[in-house]
Design a protein around this ligand. Structure first.
Ligand SMILES: NC(=O)c1ccc[n+]([C@@H]2O[C@H](COP(=O)([O-])OP(=O)(O)OC[C@H]3O[C@@H](n4cnc5c(N)ncnc54)[C@H](OP(=O)(O)O)[C@@H]3O)[C@@H](O)[C@H]2O)c1
Length: 251
């Protein structure tokens, strides 16, 4: 028996990295999973990896028409949702003085607007007992030189988890933030590689140094915590933040 038997989950940004690991784990625990991402070939490959419980819906979380299409398809196929993991996110290296309007717009559109409208448009489909998991980042908890805009969007996500947990408690819907530290993924590795080598001293620990546990995290380790927050094991936890960061923010 799986921990998510008979549950239906949406995971945005699920073709690589953390989102893919979450989709794999949820499907292995018995959930029907919907995966989204923009690149078709990567999404198709991810759906194949996750297996027969997976459906891919190619879409961009920053495009509201795309989100409408995602929820229309889920409504038609499954009729409801038990779990939303708002995972799609991007980041750019950009210290103050070098932030471009294009990077600002891209990061806020995907990380903040994308999360807001993913959850808002999911609301009609969410059942009582549903769980919403929002991906924040450990860089939101400390100074994050070179990552100001990215970190600010992730701090906003943590705030939204509190507010939405309060707003949705009456419907029996829980909302929590899941906060990884450095995790080895295509996106995480690319962002860390964007830091100039001679700027490492000023860079946040997340950009280069190992965590107190001496290594970066694995997507599967984040997926295990997503499983806890998504399922009934965390039934009395809402508005909280769970760190999966190798101790980088606390030690
Ligand atoms: N890895 C880390 O060290 C780390 C640390 C803290 C927090 N996080 C957070 O964890 C989440 C996942 O990160 P990751 O490292 O696994 O990233 P990743 O490897 O780059 O994967 C990102 C996924 O999101 C999709 N995506 C990107 N923009 C999208 C959009 N506009 N609409 C729909 N899908 C989109 C990507 O596919 P397409 O490009 O094809 O759309 C891909 O499937 C992010 O929110 C990130 O900020 C990561």
């Amino acid at each position: 028996m799986g921990q998510l038997d008979n549950k239906t989950a949406l995971i945005t940004g699920a073709s690589t990295g953390i989102g893919l690991a979450v989709a794999r784990r949820f499907a292995a625990e018995g959930a029907t999973v919907y995966l989204t991402a923009r690149r078709e070939a990567e999404l198709d490959a991810a759906v194949e990896q996750v297996g027969h419980r997976a459906t891919g819906i190619r879409s961009d979380v920053s495009e509201l028409d795309d989100l409408d299409r995602v929820f229309a398809e889920i409504a038609e196929r499954s009729g409801h949702l038990d779990i939303v993991v708002a995972n799609a996110g991007v980041g750019d290296f950009g210290p103050l003085g070098e932030i471009t309007e294009e990077e600002y717009d891209r990061t806020t559109a995907i990380n903040l607007k994308g999360t807001v409208f993913t959850v808002q448009k999911a609301l009609p489909l969410l059942s009582s007992g549903a769980s919403v998991v929002l991906l924040s980042s450990s860089v939101a908890l400390r100074a994050a030189p070179g990552l100001g805009i990215y970190a600010a969007t992730k701090a906003a996500i943590r705030s939204l988890a509190r507010t939405w947990a309060a707003e949705l408690a009456g419907r029996g819907i829980r909302v929590n933030a899941l906060t990884p530290g450095p995790v080895t993924t295509p996106g995480g590795d690319e962002l860390r590689a964007a830091f100039p080598r001679d700027d490492q001293a000023a860079a946040p620990a997340e950009s280069a140094a190992p965590t107190p546990l001496g290594r970066s995290g694995r997507p599967e380790e984040v997926a295990a915590t997503a499983l806890y927050l998504a399922g009934d094991q965390s039934s009395f936890t809402t508005g909280a933040e769970l760190l999966v960061d190798g101790g980088v923010t606390q030690l």
